[in-house]
Design a binder for this molecule. Structure first.
Ligand code: PLP
Length: 445
């Protein structure tokens, strides 16, 4: 039967997923696949979590929808209280939408409105980083530095975004850690000067870079240095933790490991764990106060913002993370995952780097370990690994363009926070089997 869905790939229909339990997904043919990355680091509790399902069912029975122009709802209030009731890092208000991209749009708009409210209307530009991804809606894509995803739409992206280098030590570090961080801070500062510091509203960065670079953490001192540049020029720090946040890296917020707090934090995937579509922003008290003391309104909104069932699901996911002590498991299993990658790939001639934090780990593949030269993109190494892993019963997240948006390959592993060591070992065995099988078929350099 030909599908009537406009699938991502219009030449091959995907398998039909029919059920999921724990780390396992099952398709319509009965085939079982281990969910080793939760899609793009989404399924943080795995599948079929009974507490989350019960919470969603209870909310459906009570109230499915009430428009936010007149009503708030109990699960949204409880979720916000849980996330920012204790003002983590000075973040005091939460705003819930339906995806990471929508959340990024909200962050950009809140930053822009903040400067209107405080009488700095010239601030309309955003500096983001190359080799980044902030979403696929036009604003979020404009902020993104992902070359391949931007390319078809470059002509319709706003001209208020510019990009500086990410902190990508494996490929771009010259000199000591301190020298490299100082160089990146100087580059950001120079970009402010080029644009006119009074025209810049914010600097956007993924706290740990996700799909585009593959689990790249910043060097110690990098984010404080970037924060200092933003502060010097009066711009906001917007941290995108859509992938890396809500526990994925072993702390609830990835910035907890960086020695900075953002002015606006963007969250999504681990917030609802895929049980419902939900994203959000957490905003600093001073940003919210400017709107409160000014127009009194956040001039933005969506029909489905703070959706009751989405918020009930996210609340239950966050309660499970807390009550099942899953951050501790993420840290312990993160070490297990990282060690397992090193055991299987540490000496492999085509694995140049193994990196990440918590249950967010990746390998970067290279044609030559000494020169770090990537494979020819025509070999489609990452795509072939994705298929080979799937054929062996593992869903993982390989991606290309690691070096410069066009060349380079990496594979992300992002298993559920409640994974066991045995499950992670099984995923690693399948990944190693698939990767080695693909690499063996490549032409010798
Ligand atoms: N920001 C980051 C860091 C992401 O990884 C993604 C998605 O992968 C997004 C934003 C966009 O989120 P969504 O796909 O839910 O719109």
């Amino acid at each position: 039967m030909t599908s009537h869905i406009l699938h991502r790939n219009l030449r091959a229909d995907p398998a039909i997923a029919v059920s999921g339990q724990g780390v396992m997904l099952r398709d319509a043919t009965g085939r079982e696949v281990m969910d080793g990355s939760g899609g793009a680091a989404v399924a943080c509790l795995g599948h079929g979590h009974p507490g989350v399902i019960a919470a969603m069912k209870a909310q459906i029975d009570r109230l499915a929808y009430a428009n936010t122009s007149l009503f708030s709802c109990e699960p949204a209030e409880a979720l916000a209280e849980m996330l920012v009731g204790h003002a983590p890092g000075g973040l005091t208000r939460a705003y819930f939408v339906s995806s990471g991209s929508e959340a990024m749009e909200a962050a950009l708009k809140l930053a822009r409105q903040y400067f209107l409210e405080i009488g700095q209307p010239a601030r309309r530009r955003f500096i983001a980083r190359r080799q980044s991804y902030h979403g696929n809606t036009l604003g979020a894509l404009g902020a993104s530095g992902n070359v391949a995803r931007r390319a078809p739409y470059e002509a319709i992206l706003a001209d208020v975004f510019s990009h500086v280098a990410p902190c990508y030590a494996y490929r771009e570090q010259a000199g000591s850690d301190a020298d490299y961080v100082a160089h990146l801070a100087a580059e950001l500062d120079a970009e402010f000067q080029r644009l006119g510091p009074h025209t810049v509203a914010g600097f956007c960065a993924e706290t740990v870079v996700g799909a585009t670079l593959g689990c790249v953490t910043a060097l110690p001192g990098y984010f404080p240095a970037m924060r200092a540049v933003c502060d010097r020029h009066g711009a906001l720090l917007i941290l995108d933790e859509v992938m890396s946040g809500m526990g994925r890296c072993g702390t609830l917020h990835a910035w907890e490991a960086e020695g900075v707090t953002p002015d606006i934090q963007v969250i999504a995937k681990g917030l609802g764990g895929g049980y419902q579509p939900i994203g959000g922003i957490l905003a600093a008290g001073r940003v919210v106060a400017a709107l409160q003391d000014g127009s009194g309104l956040f001039k933005h909104g969506h029909t489905y913002q703070a959706h009751p069932i989405a918020c009930a699901a996210a609340l239950a996911v966050q309660e499970a993370i807390r009550d099942e002590d899953l951050l501790a498991n993420v840290r312990a299993m993160g070490v297990h995952l990282a060690d397992g990658l090193v055991q299987r790939f540490g000496n492999h001639r085509h694995v140049g780097d193994i990196r990440g934090r918590g249950l967010f780990q990746a390998i970067e593949l290279v044609a030559d370990r000494a020169t770090r030269a990537p494979f020819d993109p025509a070999l489609r190494v990452n795509e072939r690994i994705k298929q080979a892993a799937f054929d062996r019963g593992l869903a993982c997240y390989p991606m290309g363009g690691t070096v410069d948006g066009l060349r380079g390959d990496h594979v992300i592993m992002a298993p559920p926070y409640n994974s066991t060591a045995a499950e992670i070992d099984a995923m690693l065995d399948r990944l190693a089997d698939a990767t080695i099988a693909v690499l063996e078929t490549l032409p010798r350099a």
